[in-house]
Write a protein that binds this ligand. Structure first.
Ligand code: ZN
Length: 301
């Protein structure tokens, strides 16, 4: 089986993770722009970050045979620094039209403040103008209310729910999200969001239509293999192969391919790995290293 992880923050992960993901069958991924764990102090670091998502990180991913896409946006937490948020809004159009940018994201609510709402609305307008899907981060606190509010605002701005991926769902939110025609993404994240046993039951209850699974692996305790592991568990629990394919591959592809930026044949093309390639003169290999080391060997040379 092959997998598509539509939400994973590879900037925070290691080459071991890339290797393990490729070995587990992940052929493509989407890296949403997000919060780096501490507040940024100026717009220049946003520029460098966005540039890395369409540059170095995409290259690094390609070195493991995984096709890398990204979404670009101002995350909800940093929307609360309005002086900086204004500057970030000004540079977003320079990045959302770049090749391989498959949406505006991840945007939405964290604390559900007025500033978060203001920049969420502004970015919905940007997505509409650019004809891109929207990847919506829903809050951890007051999730049900925050999710409803995110959807209501998207509809108010005239977005087609088929262009909006509501992320970080749980059993409490899924019914309404599907009912209103949005895509429902589920983050399998240890301890805080969804466990994958619960995910199996969601698919059993609601079926595979418009549902997708992601890892949202980042700098926290998370699992970049959450998508293939969930597929394995679904198989064990008797979910059909076709349903597994839809929620771990095809639905994410269909949702984000509406950007016009995803071509499935590119997943194959990137498999022709040449780890001696360079990006702006830099490679993933450090002095004298050989490409593709064998992790199962006890010898580390
Ligand atoms: Zn995220």
């Amino acid at each position: 089986m092959v997998f598509f992880d539509p939400h994973v923050h590879m900037t925070s992960r290691t080459t071991d993770d890339y290797q393990a993901m490729a070995d587990a069958g992940i052929v493509a991924l989407i890296e949403p722009a997000f919060w780096l764990g501490q507040p940024r102090t100026g717009v220049a670091t946003f520029k460098d970050y966005f540039a890395s998502l369409v540059g170095w990180e995409r290259f690094r991913s390609s070195q493991f045979g995984i096709k890398h896409y990204c979404t670009i946006g101002l995350n909800s937490r940093e929307a609360n620094n309005e002086a900086l948020a204004e500057q970030v809004m000004e540079i977003l159009p320079l990045y959302v039209y770049k090749e391989g940018v498959v949406g505006v994201g991840e945007i939405g609510f964290d604390d559900q403040t007025p500033a978060e709402e203001k920049y969420y609305r502004a970015q919905l307008e940007l997505a509409k103008e650019a004809g891109l899907p929207v990847q919506v981060h829903t809050p951890h606190r007051d999730k049900k209310q925050g999710t409803e509010r995110s959807m209501a605002i998207a509809l108010e701005h005239g977005l087609d729910p088929g262009m909006v991926i509501i992320d970080h769902n749980n059993e409490e939110t899924v019914h309404s999200v599907l009912d209103q025609g949005f895509w429902a993404a589920f983050t399998i994240y240890p301890f805080t969001k969804m466990g994958n046993e619960r995910m199996v039951e969601v698919v059993r209850e609601y079926g595979p239509e418009r549902i997708m699974v992601n890892s949202a692996a980042d700098w926290g305790i998370s699992d970049p293999l959450a998508v293939p592991k969930t597929a394995a568990l679904m198989k064990m629990k008797g979910i059909s192969d076709e349903a597994i394919r839809l929620v771990t591959y095809q639905n994410a592809l269909d949702a984000f391919a509406q950007s016009g930026q995803i071509t499935e044949s590119d997943f194959e093309a990137v498999k022709n790995i040449d780890q001696s390639l360079k990006f702006n003169g830099n490679t993933i290999l450090r002095g004298g290293q050989q490409p593709r080391i064998d992790k199962d060997s006890i010898f580390i040379r």
